[in-house]
Design a protein around this ligand. Structure first.
Ligand SMILES: [Ca+2]
Ligand SMILES: [Ca+2]
Length: 411
């Protein structure tokens, strides 16, 4: 997903080309087992083989609220369309008829159905509102024409809701969960219809994405899993689109505690009760599964690597995901210590041990046979690494038909 992985791949390709040109021998390929689904599209006007795109999009249509003649809500939907010789990438919606510059702020990613906030009014009455929309392509060509449409805005309620209270998790000081409950309270002269919760303090407009139906108890998930004090801001709105002032509450978020070291003969039900969710499972006899495909399934911050069957794990250890699946392969026989366990992953094998002294041959054949070992054979697959049979699962060195490789992940 990261640009780094593209960079590594590009570097690998360039290195290969360079060595080929020089007639040299390539040393072992750099291994990149991260996924490369991200694309970098900063090529400006260069399209399809370096031909400059100088043809601007043509604006085709605009409907406000599906063509309704009037509304009493400043939040409206826009259905827009345009054509381009390559692709329409952005649109710009405004109540001003002035053509925007390609570099203006206010351009948004093109989508056929979107939302917009009409300008409100402090006085009651019916007001005509006209919306203009322009389009541009990736080369920055702005459509010469705009499409426009009008709607009558009836202003019957100019009083914004009154934000009364916002409480996270019933007022708790701390949490180890990245999802919390908000208890909301607001009043309005008519009715509170929506709330907007955010860790950003930027006041939303009535038509922004992110509003939800008002309710006393609502769920909220933090933006990220960084351990810190999380502050959640909440706004309220009524059916006319009047937005209240915001209130906020804070809670200290810390990562859930990881059980250190290697556990043996532990019930699957026990690790599930600790919040772990199985993200990968296959027989020790299966070969060909790539590390990058496992990583795409097991994508939460903490990972548990285990082996056994659907009821009992013969050996299991957990750590931050970056310790279980490092960004670069480990040198052979050079495990890393993380959360009380020695971890290793390269194109010989993947596993863990209670001991730093390992012998990847290709799986770890040394170390104390204390049941605190796990080793899966691996081999190179292009820039990736893939599974290649099994070797150890706790004290077991055989009976792999019934033994599974299992990974769990957790927020
Ligand atoms: Ca174009
Ligand atoms: Ca109101």
């Amino acid at each position: 997903m990261s640009k780094t992985s593209n960079f590594l791949k590009t570097t690998a390709i360039l290195s290969t080309a360079l060595f080929t040109l020089l007639g040299g021998c390539l040393v072992e390929d750099p291994i990149d087992y991260t996924t490369a689904t991200g694309s970098v599209s900063d090529d400006g006007g260069q399209q399809g083989g370096g031909v400059l795109d100088s043809t601007a999009p043509v604006a085709v249509s605009l409907l406000i609220d599906n063509g309704a003649s009037s509304t009493s809500n400043t939040a409206v939907t826009l259905d827009i369309s345009a054509t381009d010789d390559v692709a329409v990438t952005d649109y710009y919606a405004s109540e001003s008829a002035a053509t925007p510059q390609a570099s203006d702020s206010g351009w948004q990613s093109y989508q056929q159905s979107t939302s917009f906030t009409l300008s409100g009014s402090n006085s009651l009455g019916v007001f005509q509102r006209t919306v203009y929309v322009w389009f541009k392509d990736a080369a920055g060509n702005v459509s010469a024409n705009s499409v426009s449409a009008s709607i009558s805005l009836g202003v019957y309620d100019t009083t914004a809701p009154n934000a009364v209270s916002v409480v996270i998790d019933g007022g708790a000081d701390n949490t180890t969960s990245s999802s919390v409950t908000l208890t909301l309270n607001a009043t309005d002269d008519q009715a509170v219809t929506g709330y907007y919760a955010s860790e950003s303090a930027v006041t939303p407009q009535a038509g922004d994405i992110g509003w939800d139906n008002y309710s006393v108890l609502v769920g909220y998930s933090f933006d990220n899993n960084t351990a810190e004090t999380k502050t959640v801001n909440v706004w309220f709105k009524d059916a006319a689109g009047n937005v209240s002032d915001h209130l906020q509450d804070s809670i200290n978020y810390s990562r859930p505690i990881l059980q250190p070291g290697i556990r043996t003969n532990i019930a699957v039900s026990t690790v599930i009760s600790e919040g772990w969710v199985e993200c990968f499972s296959e027989s020790y006899t299966t070969s060909g599964t790539t590390i990058s495909s496992i990583q795409s399934q097991c994508n939460k911050p903490d990972l548990m690597m285990a082996c056994g069957d659907s009821t009992t794990l013969k050996a299991a250890a957990s750590a931050e995901a970056s310790a279980v699946i490092p960004s670069t392969p480990d040198n052979r026989n050079t495990p890393r210590l993380a959360n009380g366990t020695w971890w290793y992953l390269n194109n010989h094998s993947w596993g863990f041990s209670s001991d730093a002294d390992i012998t990847q041959n290709s799986c770890d054949t040394s170390g104390p046979v204390d049941g605190k070992q796990l080793c899966w054979h691996t081999r190179s697959n292009g820039d990736d690494i893939e599974m290649f049979g099994g070797y150890s699962c706790g004290t077991t060195r055989s009976n792999f038909q019934t033994t599974k490789r299992i990974l769990f992940h957790r927020d």
